[in-house]
Design a protein around this ligand. Structure first.
Ligand SMILES: [Zn+2]
Length: 139
């Protein structure tokens, strides 16, 4: 397939030591979350201590990529010229494993998004080094 190459102009994530495994997994098209081995809880955002028990016995685990829309807004007025491609859906997705993450809902009309709707993860390779984690409605 001959795809048009366009330069990605939006800001890119800057992985920290705590979040680097998340972004590395995304490049492999895997959704991984930090999990506390002591209290058996997933959490997000990544950090070096468990937010439930303050334990440091953590690991990264692949998760289902399934969740539901917890909340969302349709952005119709660009916050700046880098986000001029409106409308788009800014959402909080609650993953099946519990944690919520801020993301975009893609693959449907913004008007079709509903709170509680089931969604599944998709990966958007925006540069050779960076893959973004987004969600689309379940078919
Ligand atoms: Zn814990």
């Amino acid at each position: 397939m001959n795809r048009e190459k366009t330069e990605y102009v939006r800001p890119l994530p800057t992985p920290s030591p705590d979040s680097r495994p998340f972004w590395d997994a995304a490049r492999r098209h895997e959704l991984q979350l930090p999990r506390c081995r002591d209290c058996d809880q997933f959490f997000f955002y990544p950090r070096h201590l468990c937010p439930q028990c303050l334990g440091s016995n953590l690991e990264w685990q692949r998760v289902s990529g399934k969740g539901t829309v917890y909340s969302f807004t349709v952005v119709r007025r660009p916050p700046n010229k880098l986000f001029a491609d409106v409308p788009y859906v800014l959402a909080i997705v609650e993953l099946a494993e519990g944690p919520r993450l801020t993301t975009n809902i893609v693959g449907c009309a913004p008007e079709a998004v509903r709170c509680g709707a089931p969604v599944t993860v998709v990966f958007e390779d925006v540069t050779p080094e960076v893959t973004l984690v987004k969600f689309r409605p379940e078919p």
